[in-house]
Write a protein that binds this ligand. Structure first.
Ligand code: ZN
Length: 339
C-alpha cells in the first residue's frame, strides 16, 4: 500500500455516516447496549471537516450516508435548527456534499419537505434530465466526478412506512409487506422468527420496482461504457456486511441487479453503527457498512477518506474505521460468475 500511496490518485472523496446530531445529553440505543453522543457528534463532524480541508489531496466531494440529525429533534421542535447546525458545519468547506436519506430524515421531515430541502443533493444540471433521477418522488440519482467513474445514490425508504402519507397507496403496500413477516404490535420490534427476517421492522425499508428498473438501466449503460460504479444507500444490502436487523427489506432483489452487471465495484451504506464489510463471492464487489458517528466516543473519530486509482480504491479510516484496499473486480469476461 505504501508503494502505491506514492502515486497520485485520480480523485479522492470523504465518507461519513449516522451523525444523528441533537442538542441533548448522551443517551443509549434501543437495546441500551451502546452509548450515543448526541452533542459530540457535531465535534466529530468538525474533526472530519478539518482533516479533509487540511489534507494534501483534498476530497472532490463528501458522501453523507444518512441519519444526519436524530429523530429526538422532532419532539423538541428542533428539526430545522439541528439540520441548520449540521449543514453549517458541512459548509465550512466549499466541497460538494452528496446526502443519502435514512430513517431519521423521515422522523424529522416529510418526503416532500426533504425533496425541497438542502438534503436533496441531486446535481442541478441533472434535475431536468430524464434518466438521471429515478422517479418524481424517489430520491435516487447518479453523478460522475471523474471520467470512467459513476456514483449512484439510492433511496432505501422508497418502499416504507416512513415518509409516506398514511392514506397513500405506497403506505398501504408497505404495510401489507411488513405485516406478512412481522406480527408485533410495535413494528419497530423485529419479528420473533429471527435470522434474515429480522429486517422487517419499521425503521427499515426497500426499493420499489420503479427504482430497481431505473438502477438496472443506469448499470446497463455503465457496463457498456466499462465504467466503475459505486452505489450508496442508507441501508446495507449484503447479509454479510451487517447485522441482518439493518438490511433493506428487498436486499436480495438489489443484490441480484448488482450481480447481473459488471460495472459495480463497491456498495457503501450506514445505518448499522457497528459497521461491517464483506466482498461478494459472486462478483468481487466490496460491501462496506460504515461505523456511525453517533456511537463513537468523543476521544475517537468515524470518518474515512477514499483515494481512487485505475485499479483500486484505498480507504483510510480515521478513529474506529479500519483502513481497507478495494481492488476492482476483474474485467467483463467474468460474466459466468455474475449470473
Ligand atoms: Zn438509520
Amino acid at each position: 500500500m505504501d508503494d502505491f500511496a506514492q502515486h497520485e490518485p485520480l480523485f479522492t472523496f470523504g465518507v461519513i455516516a449516522d451523525i444523528q446530531y441533537a442538542d441533548i445529553d448522551d443517551g443509549y440505543n434501543y437495546s441500551r447496549s451502546r452509548r450515543r453522543y448526541y452533542r459530540n457528534s457535531l465535534q466529530l463532524l468538525r474533526n472530519a471537516q478539518e482533516s479533509w480541508s487540511e489534507s494534501a489531496v483534498k476530497p472532490e466531494f463528501i458522501l453523507q450516508l444518512g441519519d444526519i440529525i436524530d429523530g429526538f429533534n422532532k419532539g423538541r421542535n428542533a428539526s430545522d435548527r439541528a439540520l441548520d447546525t449540521v449543514l453549517r458545519e458541512f459548509s465550512s468547506s466549499p466541497v460538494e456534499v452528496h446526502h443519502v436519506w435514512g430513517n431519521h430524515e423521515f422522523y424529522n421531515f416529510s418526503r416532500s419537505a426533504l425533496l425541497s430541502s438542502k438534503l436533496n443533493s441531486t446535481p442541478h444540471t441533472d434535475r431536468s434530465l430524464r434518466g438521471a433521477r429515478a422517479g418524481s418522488d424517489i430520491y435516487a440519482y447518479h453523478f460522475s466526478p471523474f471520467p470512467g467513474f459513476t456514483f449512484v445514490v439510492l433511496d432505501a425508504y422508497d418502499v416504507s412506512l416512513l415518509g409516506r402519507e398514511d392514506s397513500s397507496e405506497q403506505y398501504r403496500k408497505a404495510m401489507h409487506l411488513i405485516k406478512q413477516y412481522n406480527s408485533n404490535e410495535d413494528l419497530n420490534c423485529p419479528p420473533e422468527a429471527g435470522g434474515l427476517l429480522r429486517r422487517f421492522t419499521m425503521f427499515n425499508g426497500g426499493f420499489s420496482k420503479e427504482q430497481l428498473d431505473w438502477l438496472d438501466s443506469v448499470l446497463a449503460s455503465t457496463d457498456e461504457k466499462r465504467e466503475r460504479v459505486t452505489i450508496v444507500s442508507h441501508l446495507p444490502v449484503h447479509p454479510h456486511s451487517t447485522d441482518p436487523i439493518c438490511l433493506a427489506w428487498n436486499f436480495d432483489e438489489l443484490l441480484a441487479i448488482i450481480r447481473s452487471h459488471s460495472s459495480v465495484v463497491c456498495f457503501m451504506a450506514g445505518h448499522d453503527h457497528d459497521g461491517g464489510y464483506c466482498q461478494d463471492k459472486c462478483t468481487g464487489v466490496h460491501h462496506l457498512t460504515l461505523e456511525g458517528v453517533i456511537e463513537t466516543p468523543p476521544d475517537s473519530n468515524a470518518f474515512s477518506t477514499v483515494s481512487v486509482y485505475e485499479d483500486r480504491m484505498v480507504l483510510r479510516g480515521s478513529g474506529r474505521i479500519t483502513d481497507r484496499v478495494f481492488l476492482f473486480p476483474g474485467p467483463q469476461s467474468d460474466t459466468d460468475h455474475r449470473a
